[in-house]
Ligand binder design. Structure first.
Ligand SMILES: O=C(CO)COP(=O)(O)O
Length: 246
């Protein structure tokens, strides 16, 4: 990682949590001494817990955000949540295009780009998730799939891309305990950075996600184009999440 990029460790709680457990988790994150690290930390929580998270983390160095955003600013869109609403709860980040949403909610590459744009319009930092399936990797298509997924995002222009975070999450590594090797991840991260091209590509944070644990974080973070992690399961256990950031 070059000196210009700060390391970022983001938790994705997915559809986990309840008021009582969240309080314990957030308090444990707040109680941990963090003076020695310059690593940025954040948590992306389910919509109903944004208020609780905002209240708990306000004034701390830990950021928070959501896991999805509507492409619409407001209107008759039952069940949707707008960027303006996320801003009301002082969200910094919003995940867009997580593979679970691409797979289970049929989110297209274009829709993911539209969501990234909606996030930027609302003043949020979109964390654009990309990643190939196992079949695609086995077919040697990892980089071409990611290039295809990123194309409509890159079409938003370099000024927009500079305000984003990209997360590479190979689908076969999510929740499986099977992490990409640092070399496998680095290869894709370098391809992503090459795809970003142009001015500023060196500044964009590119996170790795997929079974990141304290035991494998350091070797992943040692790679030149891996700027941090998007953490699922391990972000639900304060000591594991903190150990990754440390
Ligand atoms: O999907 C992920 C984060 O967005 C990764 O999840 P796990 O860390 O549980 O594999």
């Amino acid at each position: 990682m070059t000196a210009t990029r700060t390391r970022l460790v983001l938790g994705n709680w997915k559809m986990h949590g309840n008021l009582a457990d969240n309080t314990k988790l957030l308090n444990a994150l707040l109680a941990a001494p963090r003076a020695a690290t310059t690593t940025q930390m954040g948590v992306c929580v389910p919509f109903p817990y944004l208020a609780q998270t905002a209240l708990a983390l306000s004034g701390s160095s830990i950021a928070w955000g959501a896991q999805d955003i509507s492409v619409h600013a407001q209107g008759a869109y039952t069940g949707e949540v707008s960027g303006g609403m996320l801003k009301d709860f002082s969200c910094h980040y919003v995940l867009v295009g997580h593979s679970e949403r691409r797979a289970m909610h049929a989110e297209s590459d274009q829709l993911v780009s539209d969501k990234a744009r909606a996030a930027l319009t609302a003043g949020l930092t979109p964390v654009v998730c990309v990643g190939e399936s196992l079949a695609e990797r086995d077919a040697g298509q990892a980089v071409s799939v990611i290039t295809r997924q990123l194309a409509p995002v890159l079409a938003l222009g370099s000024e927009a891309v500079l305000k984003m975070v990209i997360a590479y999450e190979p689908v076969w590594a999510i929740g499986t305990g099977r992490t990409a090797t640092p070399e496998q991840a680095q290869e894709v991260h370098a391809a992503i950075r090459a795809a970003l091209k142009g001015a500023g590509a060196e500044q964009v944070q590119i996170l790795y996600g997929g079974s990141v644990k304290a035991a494998n974080a350091a070797s992943l973070f040692a790679m030149p184009d891996i700027d941090g992690a998007l953490v699922g399961g391990a972000s639900l256990v304060a000591e594991d999440f903190l150990a990754i950031a440390a």
